[in-house]
Ligand binder design. Structure first.
Ligand code: ADP
Length: 266
């Protein structure tokens, strides 16, 4: 609590009283703390790949360049780290656009089956490489939904790429869609992966929160995928929930309003 005193003057040098203002600054301080933590996280996340790039470049200068096989491996590391930084910076840009509500929503009627099939198609090669089976489970009455297609593609990409990252070879990923009784569309991404410990579930949507930082980094993760997904779903007046059983798998469910007030009838 911040307390500010201001004297009330009746005449010069004659103080009649004092006004005390008690201000609850808890929220302000929390916000400031969160901002500081975010900047520290971003700096750390950028410094890690930069340090790696620096040391591998030095190793190349110090002689590794003369050994073809070694040089190729080092250059591969540098390329991967660069790609991860590009992903991180573009994730940060996404977040800042969402924060400043600069992101214009361009909603359109979208066929749900097509939305899910296109998502699976984007991951076809990676799924094949990991021998992961995919399936779509659609309730027949699900037709279309009023969404920003680019944003929802991004949400599904983030969820499916997590499912892929955290599911061992030979597993499976299921995309499902159903209508709920209260006029919502439930989209879910279910995997048979490593799962998330119960104690981490509460914080999993926080920016940069990861169960296993090293593992996430090795997989090319930025720690921002779920928080971006949540922001985008919120912008659609929807909700996102994650359910997980350690060693069994994870299901993420996105609830979206099927119709929107003022929606163009077409
Ligand atoms: P990252 O880029 O690290 O994957 P996310 O924000 O997408 O960042 O996810 C945060 C963390 O949640 C991940 O680091 C991982 O620990 C956990 N996680 C997310 N999705 C899954 C999943 N399908 N299975 C297991 N763990 C997951």
């Amino acid at each position: 609590i911040r307390v500010t005193f201001s004297p009330i003057h009746r005449r010069k040098d004659n103080i009649a009283g004092v006004i005390a203002v008690l201000q609850d600054v808890t929220d302000q301080e929390k916000l400031e703390g969160a901002r500081r933590e975010f900047v520290a996280n971003v700096s750390h996340e950028l410094r890690t790949p930069l340090t790696t790039i620096k040391s591998y470049t030095e190793a190349l200068e110090d002689g590794a360049l003369d050994e073809r096989a070694l040089a190729e491996r080092f250059i591969g590391v540098i390329r991967n780290e660069t790609q991860r930084m590009i992903r991180l910076v573009s994730d940060l840009l996404h977040l800042s656009r969402l924060d400043s509500s600069e992101a214009m929503m361009r909603k359109q009627r979208t066929n749900v089956l097509e939305l899910l099939e296109d998502t699976i198609d984007r991951f076809f090669v990676q799924m094949k490489q990991k021998d992961i089976r995919s399936s779509i489970d659609m309730q027949p009455e699900v037709g279309s939904v009023w969404i920003d297609r680019d944003q929802m593609d991004q949400v599904l990409d983030n969820l499916v790429s997590n499912a892929l990252k955290y599911t061992p070879d030979g597993g499976s990923i299921k995309l499902a869609a159903r209508c709920t009784n209260d006029g919502m569309l439930a989209l879910s991404v279910e995997d048979t992966g490593i799962g998330i410990p119960k104690q981490d579930l509460g914080r999993i949507f926080e920016r940069f929160y990861r169960v296993d930082k090293a593992r996430s980094r090795n997989m090319g993760g930025t720690g921002l995928g779920l928080s971006i997904a949540r922001e985008m779903v919120r912008a659609h007046d929807g909700t996102i929930e994650l359910d997980s059983e350690l060693g069994q798998g994870t299901t993420v469910t996105v609830m979206l309003p099927l119709h929107e007030e003022g929606e163009g009838m077409s």
